[in-house]
Design a protein around this ligand. Structure first.
Ligand SMILES: O=C(O)CCc1cccc(O)c1
Length: 537
């Protein structure tokens, strides 16, 4: 550890979110120091589900293919009666905007090694394990971090607490959490089948809605499975997780002859969100910023969303493109968005955890008679986009046939992007708009369905596979879209005039910063969606 050096960013915590942040920030050419109190990676599985959006983030880290090979698609989510008959099926086989499967399962130790190798091999990233952070002090223009067993502080321009639910960083800077009211203790059991044993009859994801014993089971790929059993009888959690109490619950599917229990532990699911994710030079990400019950499989995905959004916002601030107040854009974007996931996970959790037999029968009747399936849950960002039909939504990522079927982000890179349905729009832009696109590092491309289209100097013309992108933009009568580096739409519209206006708004948003837009640029402020979040305090 170089105590004479000022690091751009110090990250406390080296789970998947810390690893993703280190990789994404290092890839931007920043110097990143990671401090982790554990000597080795946490050896046991915790998360087990990623979605299409997480895969797009892994693309930005350069590891989507490798991780994809280590996971299995999770296409069914069954709500089951206690006799295992199906009450309702919530299939996850829809066509996603990101171009990946809707859901995947994995065995965390198998993928965390890939995250770790990638972070460590990223230039600019230094990882120190067995190093426990002790204090975090904001010095105004830098942050000092002390670690156990060392007198000299470590200095960084910004510090990120990715140090989990009991975050020391959050505690040190005094950020409180709001409780959204869910609490339930479950026993979580990870199992590996013994060589030669037959696979148990388990769906990709199954929730057993038995008021006497709400339970969860999932196939995590290969011989790995997870079961979870809610503690319903007031039993002591440590007792409930003991093998002698767990095996009887598993015997419907397994015996000690066919499977080994890798982990059995009691865990209390909660719903908490930090009041702000940024204060001065200190930021929070992942479980340090929010906790949700696991029923939608969105815990790790939400942490990865934090990583991708924070990394572009912090990079713009560190490189001087945006003022420091632009860090408020991180909380504005992420806090309301993750709060929606927490609220929805609590709703699903309350349905699953029902132990009152009368209410459970009522719930089952509603599920049995349900005719319409709900659309996939895809909330908008909390702020940082222009109000409109696509603003704040995930942008469609097409495959580009003219680049061997590569996904768009891999063709363009992971910066802001201006995508149009015709190259003419670029040709008509004013020099000021062109200069602003350059200043913000915006990649430009025209996405068409057929070749040939006349070349416009400097604008790549990309032919998409099928017409998903064209249809998506066409459905809102748009012919251009500005996409943020985290894959969410900043704005979409039609024609050069509205595009020029939107480039002005984007420029003002980043360089003036949303919280000061009113003083400087009323027009731009008027177009931005209100975030309704108080940040940084
Ligand atoms: O989303 C999935 O496929 C799994 C979500 C889930 C549900 C219940 C418990 C749990 O640990 C994960």
């Amino acid at each position: 550890m170089d105590v004479a050096k000022t690091y751009d960013v110090a990250i406390v915590g080296y789970g998947p979110v810390g690893q993703a942040l280190a990789t994404l920030l290092g890839r931007q050419g920043l110097s990143v120091l990671v401090l982790e109190k554990r000597a080795v990676l946490y050896p046991l599985p915790r998360a087990c589900h990623l979605d299409h959006e997480a895969m797009r983030i892994l693309q930005a880290m350069g590891i989507s293919e490798e991780i994809d090979a280590a996971m299995v698609p999770a296409r069914e989510y069954l709500l089951l009666r206690s006799d295992m008959s199906v009450l309702s099926n919530l299939p996850r086989n829809w066509e996603t905007p990101s171009g990946w499967e809707a859901s995947y399962h994995f065995y965390q130790p198998e993928i965390e090694g890939i995250f770790d190798d990638t972070a460590r091999s990223t230039p600019g990233v230094t990882v120190h394990q067995s190093t426990a952070a002790r204090t975090v002090t904001d010095l105004g223009d830098r942050v000092a971090l002390t670690v156990e067993g060392q007198d000299e502080p470590i200095i960084a321009r910004y510090v990120i607490g990715a140090d989990g639910a009991n975050s020391l960083v959050r505690e040190q800077i005094g950020i409180a959490r709001e409780d959204l009211g869910f609490e339930a203790t479950w026993v979580v059991v990870d199992v590996e089948m013994k060589e030669g044993s037959e696979a148990p009859n388990v769906p990709d994801t199954g929730q057993i809605l038995d008021p006497l014993q709400p339970s969860h089971m999932a196939w995590l790929g290969g011989g790995h499975y997870r079961w979870e059993f809610m503690i319903v009888d007031g039993c002591d959690p440590v007792e409930a997780a003991r093998p002698e109490n767990v095996w009887p619950k598993l015997e419907r599917w397994l015996t000690e002859d066919t499977a080994t229990v890798l982990r059995s532990t009691a865990y209390t699911f909660r719903s908490l969100v930090a009041t702000t994710f940024n204060r001065s030079r200190v930021l929070l990400a992942g479980d340090a910023a929010h906790l949700m019950p696991p029923f939608m499989g969105q815990g790790m995905v939400s942490g990865l969303r934090d990583a991708v959004t924070l990394s572009w916002i912090l990079t713009m601030v560190l490189k001087g493109t945006a003022p420091m107040e632009f860090l408020n854009a991180y909380t504005e974007s992420r806090k309301p968005h993750v709060t929606e996931y927490i609220t929805e996970s609590v709703r699903v959790g309350q349905m699953v955890c029902e132990t009152d037999p009368v209410k459970a029968s009522e719930r089952d009747r509603k599920l049995e008679t349900r005719t319409e399936s709900s659309p996939p849950f895809q909330p908008r960002l909390g702020g940082g986009f222009v109000d409109g039909p696509l603003g704040g939504r995930l942008a469609v990522q097409p495959r580009i046939s003219s680049r061997g079927g590569a996904l768009l982000d891999d063709v363009l890179g992971h910066s802001f992007a201006l995508l149009t349905l015709s190259p003419d729009l670029h040709a008509d832009l004013s020099p000021t708009a062109g200069a602003r696109l350059k200043q913000l590092g915006v990649s430009v491309a025209a996405i068409v369905t057929t070749t040939p289209v006349e070349e416009v100097t400097g604008v790549p013309i990309l032919v998409e596979q099928g017409d998903r992108f064209g249809a998506w933009l066409g459905a809102v009568r748009g012919d251009w879209v500005l996409v943020r580096p985290d894959g969410y739409v900043f704005d979409a519209g039609a024609g050069t005039r509205s595009l020029e206006e939107s480039i002005d708004t984007l420029h003002a948003y980043v360089t003036v910063c949303s919280s000061r837009l009113s003083e400087n640029d009323d027009a731009a402020r008027g177009r931005m969606a209100p975030s309704g979040v108080t940040v940084g305090s």
